[in-house]
Design a protein. Structure first.
Lengths: 172, 77
């Protein structure tokens, strides 16, 4: 028997259940957004270890506030928290005009990280889930939005498509 | 396409998936900060690349088009 989260996850992405909700409620959410984006919420905290980060999912996603952002102290909030915000569509380098190419690459290039569907509260509106289904959920727990300890594989996946900016790297 | 979990990820699969209540948020966040600090301070930190952004990356061209229009002209030109 599946718990409610699993039932959500197992429903095909095409089976949108937001018909009775407002348009803004049904906009897909990017599950690796930035805190400054409008309507951004915290839905997870990166726990686990440096070698094996593991997202802990909030029972109730929290709207971004200054108090929450201050909890990350000396590091960036995106190193500690996962934020969800309405998908920016063509404003994002990963959007190919129809789909999120980051979600596609995540599923096609990274191995599943868990064997149980995470207890995620944003799933019904998650773009990655709507597009890639449970396969995206099985890789989500090891995603760190700003990651100092990425594998080469993760680095390749995170790289926006050629022609949309090339390899992204920061000076530390 | 789905993959078989690698040996490393099979190890991760044994780690329980955690769901946290709002009242535990601060403590879990504190532990997350410690993990992030450790990640930054490891000696094998991958310089010169620095961190990756695994998520939304704004398209600067798109933002400019929104401000200046499709031909890059400023409004009114």
């Amino acid at each position: 028997m599946h718990d409610p989260d699993e039932r959500d996850a197992l429903r095909p992405p095409e089976g949108k259940a937001e018909d009775t909700r407002s348009a803004s409620d049904s906009l897909p959410l990017c599950p690796s957004a930035q805190p400054e984006m409008e309507s951004s919420v915290v839905f997870g905290v990166v726990g686990g270890s440096v070698e094996e980060p593991r997202l802990a999912y909030l029972k109730e996603p929290q709207p971004v506030t200054d108090e929450i952002l201050e909890l990350s102290g000396p590091v960036k909030p995106t190193e500690v928290f996962r934020f969800a915000a309405p998908c920016a569509g063509s404003g994002c380098k990963h959007f190919d005009g129809a789909d999120c190419s980051l979600a596609k690459r995540t599923v096609s290039m990274l191995p599943a990280a868990v064997n149980k569907i995470p207890p995620c509260r944003i799933r019904p509106r998650c773009r990655w889930w709507r597009q890639e289904g449970v396969a995206a959920c099985m890789r989500c727990p090891v995603v760190v939005t700003e990651n100092y300890r990425s594998t080469e594989e993760q680095r390749r996946v995170a790289d926006p498509p050629v022609g949309k900016g090339g390899f992204l790297c920061h000076e530390s | 396409m789905d993959h078989e979990p690698s040996e490393a990820s099979k190890g991760r699969a044994s780690m329980p998936l955690q769901q946290i209540a709002v009242e535990d948020f601060t403590q879990v966040a504190f532990e997350g900060v410690l993990r992030a600090i450790e990640a930054r301070n490891r000696e094998d930190f991958r310089l010169p690349y620095g961190p990756i952004i695994y998520g939304i990356v704004w398209d600067p061209d798109m933002q400019l088009r929104e401000v200046f229009g499709p031909q890059g002209s400023t409004p009114g030109q």
